[in-house]
Design a protein around this ligand. Sequence first.
Ligand SMILES: CC(C)(COP(=O)(O)OP(=O)(O)OC[C@H]1O[C@@H](n2cnc3c(N)ncnc32)[C@H](O)[C@@H]1OP(=O)(O)O)[C@@H](O)C(=O)NCCC(=O)NCCSC(=O)C[C@H](O)C(=O)O
Ligand code: MG
Length: 280
Amino acid sequence: MARPYRSVLYIPAANARAMDKARALPTDAIIFDLEDAVAPDAKTAARSALATALTQDYGPRGRIVRINALSTEWGADDARACARLPLDAVLIPKVDGPGDLDRVAALIPDTPLWAMMETPRAMLNAAAIAAHPRLQGMVMGTNDLAKDLGSRARADRLPMMAGLGLCLLAARAEGRVIVDGVFNAFRDDEGLRDECAQGRDMGFDGKTLIHPAQLAIANAAFAPTDDEIALARRQIEAFEAADAQGQGVAVVDGKIVENLHVETARQMLQRADAIAAMAQ
Ligand SMILES: CC(C)(COP(=O)(O)OP(=O)(O)OC[C@H]1O[C@@H](n2cnc3c(N)ncnc32)[C@H](O)[C@@H]1OP(=O)(O)O)[C@@H](O)C(=O)NCCC(=O)NCCSC(=O)C[C@H](O)C(=O)O
Ligand SMILES: [Mg+2]
């Protein structure tokens, strides 16, 4: 069963207390961050603290490590350290194209790779990045993207829409996971709820988060609701009954249900099962 990624919490790898605390947090996955959340003079200590933290049990939570870019003085050592650590994926920042994945893949033979989608060039190369054979997931880096675009922050995220849409199309074309960017105002619950709803409507699997207070909102926003689950069950039941009578279409609540809707309904039930399994 595919793992859910409703909530993906960044934790600075320099913060041993927060990494320990995360073992009990209701997050689907964790990004242990060696990059932007760690100051330059704390990079080496953070790498050691991360190695210690990863000896602990994180239960069903996905363990993703964001390394520094290979163009920095820390990137290659980060990648070599990750090759020896128990983790589920390595997240590469500032990816511009598939060559950036090749270079990290050469240092880390087996672990799945994820790409930060946060440069204008990455938006234009999204299809090639998504098609890289080692890529498992994409994370939107909307802060860096806004910086490079020179765009203004807007509640409706209009300036982000072209990039978000291109990355979603690319990820879905290749069957990759894709997680939305962070919401910086971590005490603004209403703003976060709105942005999660927008990301969910667009098709993202979940949202990256910066504070534990954001977890419950993202987990709720990206999970199927009880109504959606009930409707999915009724659609499957109605379609199977129609199919048994040689008909290719059923009607539920005044709307047609065809094969493709049943596929969506089954995927939704699988997602609900995967979420329920996280809670056990
Ligand atoms: C934003 C913060 C600096 C706020 O920290 P703080 O002031 O300590 O918050 P609180 O006092 O409310 O914390 C309460 C307790 O929760 C723990 N905590 C806080 N944040 C986390 C976390 N992320 N994971 C786990 N636990 C966390 C505190 O330790 C407190 O615990 P306790 O002491 O037991 O009471 C801080 O939240 C933070 O550093 N957040 C992460 C920031 C980060 O990782 N930034 C980089 C990723 S975002 C990014 O790079 C975007 C992307 O690349 C782009 O371009 O868009
Ligand atoms: Mg960034």
